[in-house]
Design a protein around this ligand. Structure first.
Ligand SMILES: Cc1cc2nc3c(=O)[nH]c(=O)nc-3n(C[C@H](O)[C@H](O)[C@H](O)COP(=O)(O)OP(=O)(O)OC[C@H]3O[C@@H](n4cnc5c(N)ncnc54)[C@H](O)[C@@H]3O)c2cc1C
Length: 388
């Protein structure tokens, strides 16, 4: 269990944490190096997790899920972070794609996809970003043109998490290319569709075991019933409503990583000696670790509050942006401090702190960059009454 038990934990969640912890320790930790080597997790990891009830834990049981809530998703993210794993894209599958289906999917779409997602039979991805646009989602160029009872999709996506393993991709498309936000729709695309092609798994500076891919759509034909929901042009609103949960996922992971980095560095500085004593004995080391412990604790308190709000459906978009901005920036700062305390070993890839340092960097970029988070927060500031 984490050293400080989050106030929202209860017996059911303790049991789920134990299940998640055992799975991470047994099925992921011994294989991390291999996942990094092959640039993806084993496909069987998904089905094993599905068998144990770790996928789609927050999806209702009637759709094959665990019948839990977002606390369950947060626990799995924390347990993954606790073993230093950044390869398995389970949070994107269960915490993001499943929730688009749950909130906006038709009954048929939910019944078709969610049970297979929960069992691990189907792995999913969400494809918003394109080579020409990321932050400015209104500017996407991938088109879904209606032809009879089908959509014909043409375009390209990049940086897509779970891209290699995905059996289904939720694709942000323009159904009205002449319109900006109002022209965006989300379309369910099985990757078995003719005309769908995966590019290579991209070489990244971190998250090296995660199968981040380019995806290509050349005259991909899917039935019009694959439009997420029933109405075209709802995609942008759907994205805006779901992005806070995606940002909270990043925030939870960053907060948990801070705890791991603190533990790793504390242990290292107690055993590594310089000038005849453990480096923890230097005042600078103690002070730096005192700062890290405080940063981690303050961040966790804020994330706990956000999680509680989110489970009560009260987390607003600016607060989720604050959570993501704050925790990703602080985690990177903590990684830097902890790497420094490891000296040259901190620069060696086999040291977990080096991996954390490169893995965490993307947290300030994906799910909306730090700059976009600050835009959202700034827009929410109340207008002051001037002259008082
Ligand atoms: C490892 C990884 C995994 C990813 N997984 C996925 C995925 O599964 N699905 C998916 O769709 N996408 C994914 N992404 C894409 C990610 O969400 C985008 O990279 C991100 O949104 C930024 O978009 P961009 O790369 O096009 O940068 P740009 O939008 O080109 O931004 C470049 C710079 O300009 C700044 N900028 C842009 N607009 C503004 C503004 N209005 N004000 C101030 N500054 C601004 C940005 O903050 C940034 O610093 C992933 C990316 C990575 C690296």
């Amino acid at each position: 269990m984490p050293s400080r038990r989050s106030p929202w934990m209860n017996q059911d969640l303790d049991d789920f944490r134990q299940l998640a912890r055992t799975f991470c320790e047994r099925e992921i930790k011994p294989n991390i190096e291999r996942f990094i080597e092959q640039k993806r997790v084993d496909r069987e990891l998904w089905t094993r997790a599905g068998e144990l009830g770790l996928l789609c834990a927050s999806v209702p049981e009637e759709y094959g899920g665990g019948g839990g809530n977002f606390f369950h998703e947060a626990i799995l993210i924390e347990e993954q972070a606790r073993i230093g794993d950044s390869s398995w894209g389970a949070a994107l599958h269960s915490g993001i794609v499943a929730h688009y289906l749950l909130h906006y999917g038709t009954e048929e779409q939910k019944r078709e996809w969610l049970p297979k997602m929960a069992s691990g039979e189907v792995v999913t991805a969400i494809a918003m970003t394109e080579p020409g646009t990321g932050s400015d989602l209104q500017g996407i160029k991938t088109k879904a043109v209606r032809e009879g009872d089908d959509y014909v999709i043409n375009g390209a996506k990049t940086f897509i998490t779970n891209g290699y393993h995905a059996d289904m991709v939720l694709v942000a498309c323009k159904t009205s290319p002449d319109q900006a936000a109002a022209g965006v729709s989300l379309v369910i695309v099985p990757t078995s569709s003719e005309g769908f092609r995966r590019g290579r798994v991209l070489d990244k500076i971190g998250l090296k075991g995660q199968d981040t891919c380019e995806l290509f759509f050349d005259d991909v034909r899917v039935p019009s019933s694959n439009l997420l929901g029933t109405e075209e042009g709802q995609g942008f609103v759907q994205l805006m409503m779901q992005l806070p949960q995606e940002r909270l996922i990043v925030a939870v992971s960053c907060a948990a990583s801070m705890d791991l980095m603190l533990d790793l560095t504390h242990e290292y500085t107690l055993t590594r000696e310089a000038f005849g004593k453990p480096i923890f004995g230097f005042q600078n080391t103690k002070f730096k670790l005192a700062e890290v412990a405080t940063e981690a604790r303050v961040t966790r308190a804020f994330i706990d509050e956000c999680l509680d709000l989110h489970v009560k459906s009260e987390l607003d978009i600016p607060t989720a942006a604050m959570a993501k901005y704050w925790s990703s920036e602080r985690a990177q700062q903590v990684a830097d401090t902890c790497l420094q305390l490891h000296g040259g070993y901190g620069y060696m890839e086999e040291y977990p702190i080096a991996r954390a340092w490169t893995d965490l960097r993307v947290s300030q970029i994906y799910a909306g960059t730090t700059e976009i988070m600050k835009e959202i927060i700034a827009r929410s500031l109340p207008t002051p009454v001037m002259g008082q």
